[in-house]
Design a binder for this molecule. Structure first.
Ligand SMILES: Cc1ncc(COP(=O)(O)O)c(C=O)c1O
Length: 637
């Protein structure tokens, strides 16, 4: 196969449904269609395994763990449109679509009316020619708590939860109030909204990082983290994992295609030029050679970027691999960047860092920190964060931005409305953690277990993958109609999508009880209509509970104390200091008489970065090295 710029022709992965959403380009199984589901014969399920690290080193790379289609029923590949279905199924599907359209008539009208002008990428997400007539987004009238109401007045218990943003439910009162108050005061840019600094403090303290900067979107946060890593290391190349998603900018729209050993980096979507992605090192979680590949290239890298828990595959966790990557990156001065846009603060107050017991260098946060308006953050160690402001300098002394500063800016960054919403969300998170995460994770786990049992009991061909408070529901067979389940469920008043689903603090036990009943009815209705085939394979659901160390008090090692520069507390000069000061007044050189010379001989190759860091730490530790005198010599700070 010769290289080509069209990743779709490369066939490294099975063909995928048309979707403009890069998340759907992730390692998803092919869903072949099939002709006559009435004469379907179940074949044994395919192997389903979730942990790529189980393949022994040196073994042939394990097949890609694509959780999803596991029960191949027959040859579905010829079903492309309604006409290809057997008459009974076709009638059942048409009857269902009429009911669905009837219930959501105004949403469809809106979608239709706007089509002429609005090229909405979402309008083709999950498109199927089979049920084209109901391929439209619900238009929402309002939302509150765990519920949304559509323009037809239907109420839904929601599990999409604004892509995970709505950790506290939709429109929580405390955020509404904060935003309304700010709206009164205005939304002017280019002045500092005071709460922005407070957001940074909360994020730094919760994440265990030295400092924080703000951005608008998750994409920008990951972009900023990578830029900081490149600035600090002076290297350009980054390593990413083939199935991770880091946002929609060109450099992250990359997929790995196997050519001989390793993966070749190619654009993941039309519109991205190859030269922008080909310098990435693309890694594969499944490949036992991954660490060896990484080690071969580690000296060229500025950063390894990881989505530590993919919301698309929440069960697919790689603690050992990530720990090894940490060891390697630390040894070679490469930044380890966690993209925690989805799971940060949701899984645990310290997110994946605590979940895996691994300390990152930079973490990108978004979604649930934002309180619903665009705001994201980069938290990191000072060595990297100084790329944003030249390092920690103070007023009233001789310090100034020393480090190389890169360009990172945007018109709407820290706009007061977003800041008000995010401040409300982060304050609430700070106040309620870690109980909030513990309770939510426990409630979600119970819910996932009950769903799993429901699927087994009803033999529904649905695959639940869950962890912390998010889950994915995937078809377990290759019957294209199984994907209609979300529409059946919507008719029962529960909103899920073929994408990550989330619980919020507002999903009560009664709500979850109600959801279970809705799932049961939707399964029953689909089976009664002959649109869902009973599952005949083993239990393939995958639910990963929090690691045991997060159940009780945390034994995870505390991150190294961030370098603290105390408040410039003032005090009179000591006698010795006064002498230095007076000498300095005579002549700057005279004060040098007080310097004590020491020589340290370093042998072996010099790593300037480590040396710089060591000096920085010494200065961070010893207040005396940061002490300055007031110009009139009256006090020190
Ligand atoms: C893991 C991850 N990283 C980055 C992003 C990009 O965030 P945004 O859509 O806010 O730009 C997303 C969005 O879903 C995400 O899930």
């Amino acid at each position: 196969q010769s290289p080509t710029s069209n990743p779709q022709i490369l066939k490294a992965e099975p063909p995928r449904e048309a979707s403009p959403n890069p998340q759907i380009l992730k390692a998803e199984p092919s869903r072949e269609a099939s002709p006559n589901p009435q004469i379907l014969k179940a074949e044994p399920p395919r192997e389903a395994s979730s942990n790529p690290q189980h393949s022994a080193p040196g073994e042939k790379p394990a097949p890609r763990r694509t959780p999803g289609v596991t029960q191949k029923l027959s040859n579905y590949s010829q079903i492309k449109a309604l006409d290809d279905l057997p008459p009974a199924q076709r009638e059942a599907l048409e009857a269902f679509m009429r009911r669905y359209e009837e219930k959501t008539r105004r949403s469809k009208e809106l979608a239709q009316r706007h089509k002429r002008y609005y090229a909405d990428p979402r309008s083709v997400t999950g498109f199927s020619a089979l049920w084209k007539e109901i391929c439209y987004q619900l238009a929402s009238e309002r939302s509150k708590g765990a519920r949304i109401w559509d323009v037809d007045g239907n109420e839904y218990l929601d599990f999409v939860m604004s892509y995970g943003v709505a950790l506290f439910g939709h429109a929580p009162d405390f955020m509404q109030r904060a935003v309304a108050e700010q709206l009164e005061k205005g939304n002017s840019l280019d002045v500092l909204p005071p709460k922005a600094t407070e957001i940074a403090r909360i994020i730094a303290e919760m994440s265990g990082m030295d400092r924080v900067t703000l951005a608008n979107t998750g994409t920008e946060a990951v972009l900023g983290a990578v830029r900081a890593a490149r600035t600090a290391t002076g290297r350009e190349k980054i390593a990413v994992f083939d199935s991770d998603y880091h946002g929609m900018v060109d450099q992250f729209m990359v997929r790995g295609v196997r050519f001989g050993v390793g993966l070749r980096a190619l654009p993941a979507t039309p519109g991205v030029p190859r030269f922008l992605v080909e310098n990435n090192l693309v890694l594969d979680y499944d490949d036992p050679e991954t660490l060896a590949v990484l080690e071969r290239h580690i000296g060229e890298l500025a950063a390894v970027v990881i989505e530590p828990v993919q919301a698309q595959n929440p069960h697919w966790q790689h603690p050992e691999l990530i720990r090894e990557i940490r060891r390697l990156t630390e040894k070679h001065g490469v930044a380890l960047i966690f993209d925690e846009i989805i799971n940060g603060f949701r899984m645990h107050p310290r997110g994946a860092q605590a979940w895996y017991g691994v300390e990152a260098d930079l973490v990108a946060y978004g979604k649930s920190i934002s309180g619903g308006l665009p705001l994201s953050a980069i938290a990191g160690k000072e060595r990297f964060m100084q790329a944003f402001d030249g390092g920690l300098w103070q007023f009233g002394d001789a310090s100034r931005p020393e480090a190389t500063v890169n360009y990172f800016a945007g018109t709407f960054i820290k706009n007061p409305l977003s800041v008000a919403a995010a401040h409300a969300a982060m304050s609430e998170l700070e106040r309620r953690s870690p109980e909030l995460q513990r309770e939510l994770n426990a409630r979600a786990l119970r819910f996932f277990e009950r769903l799993r049992r429901l699927f087994l009991e009803t033999r529904a061909p649905l695959l639940l993958q869950g962890s912390a408070s998010f889950f994915m529901l995937k078809p377990a067979d290759d019957n294209p109609l199984t994907r209609l389940f979300q529409y059946f469920l919507r008719l029962e008043g529960v909103n899920i999508r073929e994408r990550p689903c989330f619980l919020s603090t507002e999903h009560s036990e009664e709500d979850l009880e109600r959801a279970l009943e809705a799932f049961r009815r939707a399964i029953q209705n689909m089976m009664d209509a002959g649109l869902m085939q009973p599952w005949t394979g083993e239990d393939l659901n995958r639910i990963v509970p929090p690691p045991p160390h997060l159940d009780g008090p945390e034994p995870t090692p505390e991150p190294e104390a961030p370098i603290q520069v105390e408040d410039p507390a003032e005090a009179p000069l000591t006698e010795g200091q006064l002498e230095i000061f007076l000498q300095h007044q005579l002549s700057p050189n005279a004060a040098r008489a007080f310097n004590i010379g020491t020589e340290i001989r370093l042998e072996g190759p010099l790593n300037p970065e480590s040396l710089r860091e060591a000096v920085r730490r010494v200065v961070g530790r010893h207040e005396a090295l940061r002490t300055t005198f007031a110009p009139d010599g009256s006090r020190q700070r």
